[in-house]
Design a protein around this ligand. Structure first.
Ligand SMILES: NC(=O)c1ccc[n+]([C@@H]2O[C@H](COP(=O)([O-])OP(=O)(O)OC[C@H]3O[C@@H](n4cnc5c(N)ncnc54)[C@H](OP(=O)(O)O)[C@@H]3O)[C@@H](O)[C@H]2O)c1
Length: 268
């Protein structure tokens, strides 16, 4: 894990789409700045792409330089990259020291540590899971506060495991449940800043790459078959929910399930 904030922390890519300047200024998020932590892949990247398409200036963060460069090129618009390890408080502080004002902050980072059957779960892994998601989200939000516009938004990506009772997810439930529990009190305490979360079900992203392909396909198939919508999620499904919560000025304190219905109580 790199802890070296380096010259790579300068904006790496800026692709202006071939639209006339007058058109770009008319886009709904023109003149606004969005930061997507974990924006170099999966849900975060898809979210950054929606903000960028709406004219926002977007900063995507992640640890891996190549992933950041590839993502900024795919996203286009006024997108820049900043290399940052969310588990390192000094790197978080360094980011916000140079960030300028932020209208919308999306927290979409983490790996998958903390999953597994409880009886066999290595508790050190669960601690790693908290260190990789709970604490970065909390630290980033705290560090961001002085830089967030008063009427801006913070949207957390949590996980359906927080409340779904899927076997093997007690650790993930603890991490994501702790974050979801913070949303309502923070929405009141930090108002008029709006605080929301999107709680995704299973989504086809590189988050699952730790599983062998065959096992991954089996998990995806199982969730698709048990889902009322008959499929697992795509990054864009979750991105649209995040974009909605970030941009609707009348929504705060909400945890929005975006699961294809897999978490609905069936009475079984
Ligand atoms: N995919 C799902 O089925 C699913 C379901 C429920 C919830 N979620 C949640 O959704 C969020 C996004 O996941 P995803 O599926 O989009 O995963 P992903 O495709 O693996 O993307 C994760 C992003 O976070 C960055 N990241 C990871 N650890 C980081 C760290 N320590 N510091 C900075 N950046 C870091 C990654 O870049 P680098 O690796 O280069 O740092 C990448 O940009 C996560 O919080 C995950 O728990 C996912």
């Amino acid at each position: 894990m790199s802890t070296t904030p380096s010259t790579s922390n300068t904006p790496s890519t800026s692709n202006t789409p071939g639209t006339a300047a007058s058109t770009a200024a008319d886009l709904p998020l023109a003149g606004q700045r969005a930061v997507v932590m974990g924006g170099s892949s999966g849900i975060g990247e898809a979210t950054a792409a929606l903000f960028a398409a709406d004219g926002a200036e977007v900063v995507v963060t992640g640890r891996d330089r190549d992933k950041l460069e590839a993502a900024t090129a795919r996203i286009g618009g006024k997108t820049t990259a900043y290399r940052l390890d969310g588990t390192d408080p000094a790197q978080i502080d360094a980011f916000f020291a140079q960030s300028g004002p932020v209208d919308h902050l999306v927290l979409a980072l983490s790996g998958a540590a903390g999953a597994g059957p409880f009886a066999e779960l290595d508790l050190a892994e669960l601690e790693t899971g908290f260190a990789a998601k709970f604490w970065p989200y909390v630290r980033i939000l705290r560090a961001a506060l002085p830089h967030l516009r008063a009427d801006g938004s913070v949207t957390l990506v949590t996980a359906a495991s927080a409340r779904a009772a899927f076997p093997g997810t007690a650790g993930l439930a603890a991490i994501n449940g702790a974050l979801e529990a913070m949303v309502p009190p923070l929405a009141v305490e930090l108002a008029p800043l709006r605080i929301n979360a999107v709680s995704p079900g299973v989504v086809d992203t590189p988050w699952w790459n730790a599983l062998p392909a065959e096992q991954r396909e089996a998990v995806f198939r199982g969730f698709a078959e048990s889902s009322p919508v008959g499929r697992i999620g795509r990054p864009g499904d979750i991105a649209r929910a995040l974009h909605l919560l970030a941009t609707n000025g009348f929504v705060t304190g909400v945890v929005l399930d975006c699961t294809g219905g897999t978490t609905l109580p069936t009475g079984r």
